[in-house]
Design a protein around this ligand. Structure first.
Ligand code: HEC
Ligand code: HEC
Length: 341
């Protein structure tokens, strides 16, 4: 009797494992599409001085309860999602449906198994997070060119594997739909970054989610001349609240020094505005850089300088980036991020 019960229980266990496996992978992977987790180890390591601009989640943190329920400030209080739902790669929550027009399915849900929902990392507003990218208000042509660049190996870094995987499976229509949706989200509507020039920042560190978070308490830590601490404004970023951005603590004097760089570094190159438009808000298919995450800006300028963001599409940045010293990169990012989007 006992033996039979044991066999039945064992069978049940095997069945439940099979069901879980099925639920986790409903659609099989496509041959030829590289997986983000396999790409990770092949990515170039960041320059040591810029490691802070490529935030990676520390491993071995505590396991967070997937069934914990959350609401977000300002949203319909009836909207409640569990941590598991908030982190669902194929349908994260839309906390503020009235903030935006119709969302194409690729943006809100992605497509299994390789194209994860854009809103998972870039949010419904497009403001994104310091470890991803703000993609709202980008020119459609520029946007499309970037998906192609990820696919062709012209944009590689330790933050890029997810983009590389999905770029290999997006259809031309999906790319256009996503580009058009995010071009319509207005940069000025939600501020993605608040720049604070200071010699000391509130104590902070990178959370298991890869976001830099404040420690609760009054301690501070020094902001060195080559470091920017870009810290989530509140825990609400963990809930993917699309209205909450980051505070960036930039080194003393960096904004004034960055302004000189942006004006062409005393005649070393053309001013950033000559291509990126008045107030650096973008022009034709050259993207807006004003008011964007300084970590993101540093990542891009460093990758261009050291040859990890490359290719024909890069155009004139190919000549400009190598003329920037590492200090110029930090300073110009502080200045550009401090401008209104
Ligand atoms: C798992 C997270 C994640 C998902 C999901 C994701 N992205 Fe990204 N995306 C990133 C990161 C990280 C970067 C910045 C990479 C870097 O630092 O170079 C990025 C960069 C981009 C850029 C380049 C922005 C620029 O200014 O050049 C575009 C465009 C983009 N993503 C579009 C999309 C679209 C469209 C989708 C949905 C189909 C999507 N992303 C889904 C993480 C993600
Ligand atoms: C001669 C024209 C030109 C000048 C001058 C110029 N840029 Fe650019 N920049 C571009 C173009 C074109 C792109 C888009 C490249 C692409 O499509 O990949 C770009 C892209 C960028 C990006 C990537 C944006 C993103 O969304 O990923 C950053 C950051 C940037 N430029 C910063 C600067 C800064 C800072 C300066 C001044 C020091 C500057 N640029 C000067 C033409 C220029």
């Amino acid at each position: 009797m006992k033996k039979r019960l044991f066999a039945a229980l064992a069978l049940l266990h095997v069945l439940s494992l099979a069901v879980t496996a099925l639920a986790q992978q409903r659609v099989p992977n496509k041959p030829g599409v590289p997986l983000a987790r396999d790409l990770q180890a092949k990515m170039p390591a960041p320059q040591a001085v810029f490691e802070w601009a490529y935030p990676m989640a520390p491993t071995g943190g505590p396991r967070l309860d997937p069934d914990e329920v959350f609401t977000v400030q300002g949203a319909d209080p009836a909207l409640k999602f569990t941590r598991r739902e908030i982190n669902n790669g194929f349908g994260p929550p839309d906390w503020f449906p009235k903030d935006h027009g119709p969302m194409p399915r690729v943006v809100s849900n992605g497509r299994e198994p390789h194209v994860r929902a854009c809103t998972l990392c870039h949010l419904t507003s497009g403001i994104g997070h310091a470890e991803s990218a703000g993609i709202h208000g980008l020119p459609v042509k520029y946007f499309i060119r970037q998906i192609v660049a990820f696919k062709e190996g012209d944009r590689v870094n330790i933050r890029a594997p997810n983009m590389i995987e999905l770029s290999h499976d997006m259809t031309a229509q999906e790319i256009r739909d996503a580009a058009n949706y995010y071009a319509r989200q207005r940069p000025a509507q939600w501020k993605s970054v608040r720049v604070v020039e200071t010699s000391r920042a509130p104590a902070n560190s990178i959370a298991p989610s890869g976001k830099r978070m404040f420690h609760k308490g009054a301690e501070t830590m020094p902001v060195g001349p080559m470091t920017i601490y870009e810290v989530a404004e509140s825990d609400q970023v963990e809930m993917r609240n699309p209205r909450i951005g980051f505070a960036a603590y930039v080194p003393p004097g960096s904004i004034a020094k960055g302004r000189v760089v942006a004006l062409g570094n005393n005649g070393t190159f053309r001013s950033c505005a000559s291509c990126h438009g008045n107030d650096l808000r973008g022009r034709e298919d050259v993207p807006r850089i004003a008011g964007r995450s300084p970590s993101y800006l540093v990542r891009q300028l460093a990758d261009m300088k050291y040859g990890y963001r490359k290719g024909k599409a890069l155009g004139d940045m190919k000549e400009i980036a190598p003329k920037l010293t590492d200090a110029d990169i930090v300073n110009v990012a502080a200045f550009v991020a401090s401008r209104n989007p």
